[in-house]
Design a protein around this ligand. Structure first.
Ligand code: HEC
Ligand code: HEC
Length: 497
């Protein structure tokens, strides 16, 4: 409400020549007078520890300020020297305090008529003492929250441009928790299976088995995928058939898969809520989740964030390819550290078939070797272990890095159906793509294969010589790193190395 002061002033005619003095009450001005709000109840200064979740109403239920006119107040909030992890809506401040520092918070009430008042208070944040007794008991010498392994700031070569963090960048705390989850058999219904059962570090986080074994002899429908450099890729969707819309969305699906970790709720089996309750009862997870997320609650989203950060942290950038690529300006130049055959193989990989190459680069793009988004299937059409069932839905491939281990052993078998044992088998597949013998799935196969592999309506026939095939294989073998196979930060924290 605004008050209008009506001034009625006796106007005296002072001019004697006017022929007489009169006095009239004349309303001469109508002016709105606004009274600015004032601080009625200042916010107290506060203390907190890093990682604490803040949810504080700095209007104190609308009592911090009063406005004599009864104007509706709106609020703005400023932070100095920085927000320290806080944000605000309508004067309520929330977020998780990140740094040990004193944050001055100034809340300003505006009455909409140009009047305002401000109240400043501080939150002094000190470093939280980390409660990790149970973590120390379980992982002594391998995990120390006061001195974590470096996951967040690993070196990335300057020629690597694709970074796809999906809104969930790797942090040391999140990846350390993710590592424990990844290796913990408690994440399966009978304490026998972990992610690492099927994603094995010494096999570039894949599985040498054709299909992988989950709980109680359950089997996966496809070959396990290598988890190498997964965040250096343009494609957002995960799994061979891209059915998971993000890395995060992928991460908790194996937990709920009846054949993998088993928390499916099917046939009397426990469900996801049972898994959460099981993990919440473990003291080391109470400490971990409090450290990473501010409280001990376990949710599907938190499991996804932590597991995805660990998978994303798996970097492999110390291959022969990287050593060579760092010394030249582009992928196409001859690498000084390569043999003639490796350089020739690289050219075959990069060049299109109509330039005498094999056209691999069109779909597996150096230097990340990530799959081109929108790729269709590549002519591999079987279901693993079957010749009567077909699967034409596979349009994603892991990065082609680390196809073989450091000793040259293939990290295969390759393709979603594990049908190709060696890199030469892979090259032979692309050299002369074979159609299925009969219907089904012949027509569907021809309709759905990527049109790059069916130029002018004919299935690709590259006519590579044996020497060219060997050169291409020699090149693919240079994409292998070494550190990723042994670095302890990606190893099993439950067992001493
Ligand atoms: C029983 C074996 C098994 C277990 C256990 C398992 N995986 Fe997998 N994983 C697979 C198979 C097989 C695929 C490919 C499945 C498909 O595409 O249909 C896969 C695919 C993935 C992918 C997709 C990679 C890509 O590039 O698209 C990620 C990421 C992954 N797994 C992470 C995990 C995590 C994290 C866990 C533990 C929570 C886990 N896996 C547990 C077998 C397993
Ligand atoms: C039209 C796109 C396309 C082209 C061109 C292409 N690929 Fe692929 N590649 C794919 C797709 C899609 C997959 C996954 C297929 C599957 O598993 O069914 C794949 C899978 C692979 C795999 C298996 C990866 C694994 O983890 O098992 C290798 C190795 C491979 N390709 C190498 C090559 C080479 C070498 C060339 C060139 C001769 C090439 N690709 C050309 C699309 C392509």
């Amino acid at each position: 409400m605004r008050k209008f002061l009506i001034l009625t002033t006796a106007v005296l005619a002072l001019n004697a020549c006017s022929g007489g003095s009169t006095s009239t009450d004349t309303p001469i001005v109508i002016t709105p007078i606004n009274t600015a709000p004032v601080v009625a109840s200042a916010n107290p200064d506060q203390t907190a520890t890093t990682g604490a979740a803040i949810d504080y109403d700095a209007t104190q239920g609308g009592t911090t300020f009063t406005d004599a006119d009864g104007d509706t107040l709106t609020y703005t909030v400023a932070y100095a020297p920085d927000s320290n992890g806080l944000t605000d809506t309508n004067g309520t401040i929330s977020g998780t305090l990140t740094d040990a520092e004193t944050t001055t918070i100034t809340i300003t009430a505006n009455d909409g008529n140009g009047g305002s008042a401000s109240d400043a208070f501080t939150i002094t944040t000190s470093a939280a003492t980390i409660d990790q007794d149970a973590i120390q008991a379980q992982f002594a010498g391998r995990i120390d929250l006061e001195n974590m392994d470096n996951y967040a700031n690993q070196a990335v070569p300057n020629y690597i441009n694709k970074l796809n963090e999906g809104g969930n960048p790797v942090t040391d705390g999140g990846a350390t928790l993710g590592r424990v989850l990844f290796y913990d058999v408690a994440l399966s219904i009978d304490d026998t299976v972990s992610c690492a059962s099927c994603h094995i570090q010494t096999h570039a986080f894949s599985d040498p088995a054709l299909v992988s074994e989950g709980v109680q002899n359950g089997q996966t429908g496809r070959h396990s995928m290598r988890l190498i450099n997964t965040q250096f890729a343009d494609e957002d969707n995960f799994f061979w058939d891209e059915r998971a819309a993000s890395h995060e969305a992928q991460e908790t699906q194996p937990l709920q898969d009846n054949n993998e970790h088993g928390f499916s709720g099917l046939n009397g089996r426990p469900n996801f809520d049972d898994l959460v309750a099981k993990l919440e009862a473990l003291e080391y997870y109470q400490e971990f989740f409090t450290f990473v997320f501010g409280d001990a609650n376990i949710t599907e989203e938190r499991l996804q964030l932590a597991l995805a950060q660990f998978s994303k942290s798996i970097f492999s950038f110390d291959s022969e390819f990287d050593i060579g690529r760092a010394q030249v300006n582009n992928n196409g130049q001859n690498f000084p550290n390569y043999s003639d055959d490796e350089n020739a193989g690289k050219q075959i990989f990069l060049d299109a078939p109509n330039q005498g190459g094999a056209g691999c680069q069109a779909c597996h793009r150096a230097p990340e070797f990530d799959i081109r988004p929108g790729s269709d299937h590549n002519g591999i059409f079987n279901v693993a272990g079957s010749i009567t069932e077909f699967d034409l839905t596979v349009t994603r491939s892991p990065s082609l890095r680390d196809l073989a281990g450091p000793d040259g052993t293939p990290n295969g078998p390759f393709m979603h159906d594990g049908s190709l044992d060696t890199l030469l088998d892979v090259v032979n597949h692309y050299d002369q793509i074979q159609a299925p013998d009969s219907e089904p799935p012949l027509t569907e196969f021809l309709d759905t294969i990527d049109n790059r592999l069916r130029p002018n309506g004919n299935l690709q026939n590259l006519n590579l010589t044996d020497n060219e095939k060997a050169q291409l294989v020699a090149f693919l073998e240079t994409l292998t790193g070494s550190n990723v196979y042994t670095d302890e930060k990606w190893s099993d924290p439950f067992t001493a190395q």
